[in-house]
Design a protein around this ligand. Structure first.
Ligand code: HEM
Length: 133
């Protein structure tokens, strides 16, 4: 069978999971969990979690091949540096991942896409730990 040149377009992960809408849903569910979390909620400096939700959504969309709005607005991510003011210990890591797990589950993605997203979250959360205990 002939495959016309140019017909096999490489889709980004961002596109494969459903684009902006999917990432908006992900962070919405995640921050619902954070809002009720006795360890995490006090770590967020702003009264309103909306702006933090927006930053995480923009970052994740950019990371997975979507629009580069995060860097246009915030510059280079430098996530470890940006987390330095906060005590990210094992407990904070575990709480963060717990809410992210619920958020990822809520998307009901195809298993291989879900696994890819989850593996990244596990790796990224581990790399953000900056305090013992
Ligand atoms: C491991 C536990 C983590 C904790 C306790 C944590 C906590 C926080 C807190 C308190 C903030 C400040 C809220 C704000 O002003 O935006 C923040 C910001 C942010 N976090 Fe995390 N975080 C964790 C892991 C991660 C991971 C794994 C990622 C990426 C996959 C991430 C991405 C971000 C982003 C993009 C911002 C906003 C940075 C900016 O532009 O200022 N965080 N995080």
């Amino acid at each position: 069978m002939e495959i016309p040149r140019g017909s096999l377009q490489q889709q980004t992960f961002f596109e494969q999971v459903g684009g902006e809408e999917t990432f908006r849903r992900l962070v919405r569910v995640f921050y619902e969990g954070v809002a009720d979390d006795p360890l995490l909620r006090p770590m967020y400096p702003e009264e309103d979690l909306g702006p933090a939700e927006e930053r995480l959504a923009l970052f994740l969309m950019q990371y997975w091949g979507g629009p580069r709005t995060y860097s246009d607005e915030r510059g280079h991510p430098r996530l470890r540096m940006r987390h330095a003011p906060f005590t990210v210990d094992q407990a904070a890591h575990d709480a963060w991942l717990l809410h992210m797990r619920a958020a990822v589950d809520s998307l009901e993605l195809a298993p291989e896409l879900e696994q890819q997203l989850w593996n990244y979250m596990v790796y990224a959360a581990r790399s953000m730990i900056n305090a013992p205990g």
